[in-house]
Design a binder for this molecule. Sequence first.
Ligand code: APR
Length: 231
Amino acid sequence: MNIVVLTGAGVSAESGIPTFRGPDGVWENHRIEDVASPEAFLRDPDFVHGFYNARRAALHGVAPNAAHFALAALERAWEGRGDFLLVTQNVDDLHERAGSRRLLHMHGELRQMLCAACGARHPWLTEADTATSCPACGETGLRPDVVWFGEIPYHMEPILAALDRADVFCAIGTSGVVYPAAGFAAQARRNGRGCILYEINPAPTGERYFDHVIAAPAGEGVPEFLRRLGV
Ligand code: APR
C-alpha cells in the first residue's frame, strides 16, 4: 500500500511558525507581490532578501512538533510495506529535523541559496543580500532557493508519479488554494487505485474528495492518522 502525504503551513503552526492565510498570517503582514515573485526580486532584491533573512533566522527559535515526529515515524514504519512520500509546500526544515528522509520540498527551502549566475545551490543558515557572492562562481546575484508565485514548483515529475501510485493520500495543514498542490487530492482520487483520501485540519477545507476528515490540529490529528493506518 503506497502513501503520499502533503503538508502545508498548518503542520508547522504548533511549532510557532505562522501560516500564510490564518489570523496574523504572513500575507496579513506582507504583500505577495512585494516579497514572493520574480518581479519583486527584480524590483527590490534587498527587500526580498530581508523578508527571507527574517524567516530563516526565525528557524533557530522553533522546533519540530508532534506532527513532524509522527510523520517521520510513519515513514520508518512503512519501510517494506509500500512506498512512502512526504511532499511539503513548506520551506522550513522541521520535517528534516524530525527525521523525515523521503521528503520533497516543492516550494524550495529557506536554508538554501540559489545562484542565478551559475545555478549552484548552497546550504545557507545566515543572511544574504545583493552584495553576497556565490561560493562557487564568486558572482553576486544569489536568491533564496524558494519557488515564487509564477514559477514552476520543484520535483513535479516524481510527485505526480507518486500520486498515480497512491493508495492513501493525506493533506495536512493546507488551505488547498494554491496550485498545483491544491490539485493533488483530485489527482489521487482519480488514479484508478481506489485511493483513500484523508484531510487533517482544524478548519477543514470542505473539499468533497476527502473520505476521512480529522478536524484537529496536526499535533493531535497526525498521531490519530497513524492509529487509523494501524501504525
Ligand atoms: N494543524 C493543522 N492545520 C492547521 C493548524 C494546525 N495546528 N493551524 C492552522 N491550520 C490550517 C489552516 O486551517 C489552513 O487551512 O493550515 C492551513 C494553512 O493554510 P495556508 O496559510 O494557506 O498555508 P498553505 O496551504 O501551506 O499555503 C500554500 O501558499 O503562500 C503560498 O507558498 C505559500 O506554500 C504556501 C502556499
